[in-house]
Design a protein around this ligand. Structure first.
Ligand SMILES: [Fe+2]
Ligand SMILES: [Fe+2]
Length: 188
């Protein structure tokens, strides 16, 4: 399954905050993939197309999504806090977002384990795993919806105002090296 983000070109490391927004669209995309596979294959074994889709989503959440969290916790939030111009309210929001990341990690870990069990099996999911997966996915979707809204409506606009060109450039460089990329401008 390809990742099409509103048919507009993806941002590159010269626009690190826009890249964070692109990552949110990928998170939503892959959560949607899991939900669609779950609903269609709830009572039947996975076929090869569903397996591929689930494996891609699992890979995204295990490999790429943690890099997005690191981009925020290691490259964005500390720079915002170092500027000193952000309000106590914004500082509180950053703390809330860090806690949200832990909650998302825990939920995602449970979801990943069930998806791995499903991919390793030739049968449909057992009823208890199916119920757990449904509940955890619904919770994670709600959780991300609120979290992403807070980041895109409050934190990223504050960052765009508060950070200097130089800080944004440093952030982009860190994000690039986090993905093991040299001069490639479009790594995910
Ligand atoms: Fe976040
Ligand atoms: Fe985010």
């Amino acid at each position: 399954m390809t990742v099409q983000i509103n048919a507009k070109p993806l941002a590159d490391f010269d626009r690190p905050i826009d890249m964070l927004v692109d990552c949110h669209r990928r998170i939503e995309h892959f959560l949607g993939v899991i939900v669609r596979v779950l609903e269609r294959y709830a009572s039947q074994p996975l076929d090869s197309e569903a397996r591929q889709a689930l494996a891609a989503a699992l890979q995204y959440f295990k490999i790429s999504a943690p890099k997005h969290t690191a981009d925020e916790e290691q490259s964005l939030f500390p720079r915002m806090q170092s500027v000193g111009a952000i309000t106590p309210k914004t500082n509180e929001l950053l703390e809330q977002l860090r806690q949200d990341h832990q909650t998302a990690d825990e939920l995602q870990g449970r979801i990943d384990r069930i998806l791995e069990q499903w991919l390793a099996s030739d049968d449909s999911l057992p009823a208890d795993s199916l119920a757990t997966l449904r509940a955890d996915l619904a919770e994670l979707k709600n959780h991300y919806a609120a979290h992403i809204h807070m980041e895109e409506e409050q934190i990223f606009p504050s960052a765009a105002k508060a950070l200097s060109e130089n800080q944004l450039r440093e952030m982009g460089t860190e994000m690039r090296s986090r993905r093991g990329l040299g001069n490639d401008r479009h790594g995910k």
